[in-house]
Design a protein around this ligand. Structure first.
Ligand code: NDP
Ligand SMILES: O=C(O)C(=O)[C@@H](O)[C@H](O)C(=O)CO
Length: 279
């Protein structure tokens, strides 16, 4: 099993530098995939209310034999629960479904402009952390404006901002904003999902130079950017491959070349946080 380093968060907590994405992993098959991931060495499961798989995440941890305190489970509050008391209920529901008396990390999933209440959801998270129900609190798909608004409102800086980040959309500006504010960047769809840029020359060349796969080259690029990728794979071999990132290092030129794949239209599905709604 591969041992993974960790990032220190601004609240004194820490996260493994690679986590496991779980979108669309549901039912018995979902439990089995997450369990395999835990057995391969993953120690962070990235779930969400809207993934409909929090029960599966809890079951996978119990079935894996890994102690609850050695695994971190992330979940996310959806747009329909941004009103303060609804956000509290959302977290209480997540705790019930996971079967735990605390969440390791809870994020606001999207800012949801039409709802206009992400500040309330953030106030709820701050209070839930005070009550010990959530250990670390953060956001997802937040821009600088959203981040500054929650910080100005509560004085509490999110520990994490989980954003779209892959070679076609490397998010240089948002990574800089997160770093300046002391927020850890997490990368969703870190491999680029359906449009995985495995055959792009900077990726394939870096992979060949280090004797690794294109996926490993991309995930190593993520680590060298200081971002925390949460790749998803249903395949045990690829799960292990995606964790095996610590025996090589990309050169600065290789990192720059992969970042150079950035495209103006690089977003996977046009999920601009200022307009995208996800209830
Ligand atoms: N906060 C947010 O708004 C969002 C969060 N997320 C989170 O991010 C996670 C990861 O993103 P996701 O969209 O799943 O996409 P990823 O970038 O993790 O890509 C997953 C795809 O890549 C394939 N794959 C994985 N590893 C390899 C490999 N080593 N070689 C070849 N193919 C590989 C998988 O296929 P296979 O299974 O066959 O290996 C799957 O089709 C999600 O699962 C979710 O937890 C995602 C979107 C938005
Ligand atoms: O996976 C997530 O966390 C999402 O937010 C997705 O639902 C994403 O927005 C998507 O795939 C939309 O098509």
């Amino acid at each position: 099993m591969i041992a993974i380093d960790s990032y220190e968060l601004n609240d004194g907590g820490s996260l493994p530098v690679v986590g496991f994405g779980t979108v669309s992993l549901r039912g018995d098959d979902g439990v089995a995939v997450m369990r395999t991931a835990l057995e391969s060495g993953y120690r962070l499961l990235d779930s969400a209310v809207n993934y409909g798989n929090e029960e599966e995440a809890g079951q996978a941890v119990r079935a894996s034999g890994v102690a609850r305190e050695d695994v971190l489970i992330t979940t996310k509050i959806p747009g329909r629960h941004h009103e303060y008391s609804s956000a509290v209920e959302s977290v209480e529901g997540s705790l019930r479904r996971i079967g735990s008396d605390y969440l390791d990390l809870c994020l606001i999933h999207w800012p949801n402009p039409s709802v206009g209440r992400y500040l309330e959801a953030w106030r709820a998270l701050v209070d839930l952390r005070e009550r010990g129900l959530v250990r670390s609190i953060g956001v997802s798909n937040f821009t600088e404006r959203h981040l500054r608004a929650v910080i100005d409102d509560t004085g509490v800086t999110p520990a994490v901002n989980q954003i779209e980040l892959h070679p076609y959309f490397p998010q240089a500006a948002m990574r800089e904003v997160n770093a300046k504010l002391g927020v850890q960047t997490q990368s969703w769809s870190p491999l680029g999902k359906r449009s995985a840029p495995f055959s792009e020359q900077p990726v394939s060349q870096a992979a060949a130079a280090h004797g690794v796969t294109p996926a490993q080259a991309i995930l190593r690029w993520q680590l060298q950017l200081g971002a925390l990728p949460i790749p998803k794979s249903t395949d045990a071999q690829r799960q292990r491959e995606n964790l095996d990132l610590f025996g090589f290092e990309l050169t600065d030129a290789e990192v720059s070349a992969i970042s150079g794949l950035a495209r103006d239209d690089g977003r996977l599905f046009g999920g601009d946080p200022d307009v995208h709604e996800e209830m």
